[in-house]
Design a protein around this ligand. Structure first.
Ligand code: SAH
Length: 253
């Protein structure tokens, strides 16, 4: 009988010791995880890739605007590409997003964004939402982002991606952006991310006095030029910035 009780006591004290050791181990692991630098950089957050992209693709190529660089360092680009391409999200290249469309190369997104010289109170219209990535970058700079996409499926998926990434202030409308968004006009800035043969007059009209538009102009199969358009004293001036290649600006059939 006594031997039985002793055995029980021994087993109990062993169990207490084991539980105590497990508790100590748990505390130690938690502390290590807290102080480890890996904790602030979860492997699936792509922070390192994003920082590398900002340094090598943007800063070293002359993008200087601090607000744009901050936005590019913040927006999780990997959440705006198809899942199968997440690992390539920060590569120095455009990527397919379905329906024959592409998300622009990071450098082009940053360059166009910087050219808009956005201020926090500015209202900006984007034509060609695509993945929603450019709209998210704009939303890091102002709460007044309007974006239009002609392909219904892309409009729907961009809307969910933007919401999932927390960009809930972005106004998205599915439709032909040729006619702009008259009820929200005038805009301090307009950015067109598909190549048009000419600058759509309604977009010029909806540009505020002193406003800036950036738009690739040219034939879909030849060289296109990224144009900076400014409206000053009711006069339009255009400046060609660089040769580019964009998907074509479509019209509603
Ligand atoms: N800014 C996008 C790039 C999209 S590619 C991004 O960050 O991912 C250009 C997009 O313009 C395509 O999705 C295409 O469907 C859209 N587009 C082309 N013509 C358009 C039009 N007339 N109105 C609205 N969107 C248009």
């Amino acid at each position: 009988m006594n031997a039985g009780i002793d055995l029980l006591n021994v087993l109990k004290s062993r169990a207490v010791t084991v539980a105590f050791l497990w508790a100590v181990a748990a505390v130690v692991f938690t502390l290590i995880a807290e102080i480890s630098p890996c904790r602030s950089e979860p492997a699936n957050g792509f922070e390192q890739e994003r920082r590398h992209m900002v340094t090598t693709q943007l800063r070293e190529r002359g993008v200087e605007d601090a607000a744009t660089l901050r936005a590019m360092a913040t927006v999780p680009r990997h959440l705006f590409v198809p899942d199968s391409l997440q690992r390539s999200a920060y590569a120095d290249t455009p990527l397919p997003i379905g329906h024959g469309q592409t998300i622009s190369q990071p450098y082009i997104v940053a360059y166009m964004t910087a050219m808009l010289a956005l201020e926090p109170h500015h209202k900006v219209l984007e034509i060609g939402t695509g993945s929603g990535y450019q709209a998210a970058v704009l939303a890091e700079l102002t709460d007044h982002v309007y974006t239009m996409e002609i392909i219904p499926e892309l409009a729907t998926s961009a809307d969910s991606r933007l919401k999932a990434a927390g960009y809930t202030s972005v106004q998205l409308r599915q439709g032909d952006g040729y006619n702009g968004w008259p009820s929200a006009a005038p805009f301090d800035a307009v950015i067109v991310t598909a190549a048009a043969e000419f600058i759509p007059p309604p977009l010029l009209k909806q540009l505020r006095e002193g406003g800036r538009m950036i738009i690739p102009v040219g034939s879909p199969f030849f060289v296109q030029h990224l144009m900076l358009v400014e409206k000053k004293n009711d006069e339009i001036t255009t400046r060609s910035l660089m040769p580019v290649r964009f998907v074509p600006f479509r019209r509603k059939e």
